[in-house]
Design a protein around this ligand. Structure first.
Ligand code: IMP
Length: 456
């Protein structure tokens, strides 16, 4: 096999999502020809601000906002066809070109309405049973049908792929088998099938086939074999940027299981989710917020349930792009970030939302976890049950009062902010190459620095 060139890169979230990846991908996009999503679905939400315009993207790679890029939705993504059509129309209405610059894998799996019903029914059932016989309650999913769609992918015989939407007869045959099975499953989860409010509408194969083959026809110009497309592009010397959705600590294998999403959203999902071997990736940018947030349930050792947490939430506008939910907020957990840089192979960090931390007298960063027996570990434990006993071991750093939104160079930052960044670099053994101090493209400070201590 000929050796692949490696001008290709990846961007991945190092925490529980919402690290501001959209802005960083948008900035980096200028340097790459193809932008590729390889995991997740419409559970992800990227907000990109271009001038005064704010775009919320869920399934389409952020490269769509830059002219002349090829945007690829890879085979590892689960696509809600009606949602992606809505997104395409929304962008076109605002003058954004969406045509041959958007390619969707014919092997990406489809999120159907019954996946969303199943997601909601299971979450409701788990919430109802919370606390009974050790049941930990619901996961707090986005209810976008992500888990059930991936479950069908693994189950194989009940899965529908984007390519199937282009063959109406095949689609109807598949739905014939799936629908009766699915209604029984929904009822077993406590859902009532019916047409009254709050009930799940009966699944009619013919109707679903008509509705989704119509969506497929509208998407036909975009649906293709994206694996060959990417390899052809790389062979022709074009560069690729892989855009991770969700984040490393939500990775199905390496996150805080079971409070995770259903895909490999660390960089480890790139090869399977795009068909491009891992060794093709020359550089990995890990994105982290200057503090921690998460939405949904699950362990969060540095969570602040007090006025400090509220202050971070208000200053950081920490409300979900996808669901509008208020995010849980806390101090920066460096044990978690160091683990994610290791798993993702991050070569550089982009630190976002540093401006949110202005005005605190002091800032805490978590450098270890104390177990119930008093012993301390500085290793992450990707298991919700085992993490639930941890309390944070903090290092306290000096805060700064000045607003940072007008800083244009890292040297303009107050000394305390520079020390905060230096501490992160030392602890993670990874240089911070980008610092974001506001939503605008211009509010980004770049520096290529060497880090003396390889702590990893
Ligand atoms: P699901 O992906 O909808 O199944 O949700 C599983 C968990 O991942 C929930 O805690 C969600 O809140 C979380 N999650 C999924 N996608 C994102 C994201 O893009 N940002 C933050 N949290 C997410």
């Amino acid at each position: 096999m000929p050796s692949l060139p490696t001008p290709h890169a990846a961007v991945v979230g190092l925490q529980w999502g919402d690290e501001g990846k959209g802005k960083i991908v948008d900035l980096l996009t200028a340097r790459y020809d193809c932008i590729v999503r390889y995991n997740g679905g419409a559970n992800a939400g990227h907000t990109v601000q271009v001038g005064t315009e704010r775009y919320a993207l869920h399934l389409i790679p952020s490269g769509i906002l830059s002219h002349g890029k090829t945007n690829v939705v890879g085979n590892g993504v689960v696509v809600d066809p009606e949602k992606i059509l809505e997104e395409i129309e929304g962008l076109r209405k605002r003058g954004v070109e969406v045509g041959s610059n958007l390619r969707i894998s014919d092997r990406a799996h489809v999120v159907m309405p019954y996946h969303k019903d199943q997601d909601a029914a299971l979450e409701d059932l788990l919430a109802k049973r919370a606390g009974t016989k050790g049941n930990g309650g619901s996961i707090g999913t986005t209810r976008r049908g992500i888990g059930p769609a991936y479950a069908d992918k693994i189950r194989r015989s009940t899965a529908i792929r984007m390519g199937d939407l282009l063959d109406r007869d095949l689609l109807e045959r598949k739905l014939d088998t799936i629908c009766s099975m699915r209604m029984a499953e929904l009822q077993a989860l406590g859902a009532t099938i019916g047409t009254n409010p709050g009930e799940v509408a009966p699944l009619v194969p013919r109707e679903l086939a008509a509705r989704f083959s119509a969506a497929g026809e509208r998407l036909r110009p975009h649906i293709t074999d994206t694996v060959y497309l990417l390899h052809d592009a790389m062979r022709e010397g074009r560069s690729v940027l892989f855009e991770g959705a969700n984040a490393c600590l939500l990775d199905i294998d390496h996150g805080t299981f079971p409070f995770v999403t259903s895909s490999n959203c660390s960089t480890l999902g790139i090869p399977s989710g795009s068909g491009v071997p891992g060794r093709a990736i020359g550089k990995v940018y890990g994105i982290m917020k200057a503090y921690s947030t998460r939405v949904g349930g699950g362990p969060f050792v540095t969570e602040l349930l007090d006025a400090t947490g509220d202050r971070i939430r208000t200053r950081g506008r920490e409300y979900g792009t996808t669901t509008g939910r208020a995010r849980r907020c806390g101090w920066l957990d460096l044990v978690a970030v160091r683990y994610s840089t290791m798993v993702c192979g991050a070569d550089a960090i982009a630190c976002t939302l540093l401006d949110v931390l202005s005005g605190f007298d002091e800032l805490k960063v978590c450098v270890g976890y104390r177990r119930a027996d008093g012993t301390v570990t500085d290793r992450f434990v990707p298991d919700a049950e085992r993490m639930s006993e941890f309390t944070p071991v903090y290092e306290t750093l000096a805060g700064w009062s000045r607003e940072l939104t007008d800083c244009h160079d890292r040297a303009d930052l107050p000394d305390e902010a520079q020390q905060y960044l230096a501490f992160i670099e030392q602890f993670t053994g990874t240089p911070i190459e980008l610092v974001s101090v506001g939503p605008e493209r211009t509010q980004t400070l770049e520096s290529a620095r060497k880090v003396p201590v390889a702590a990893r």
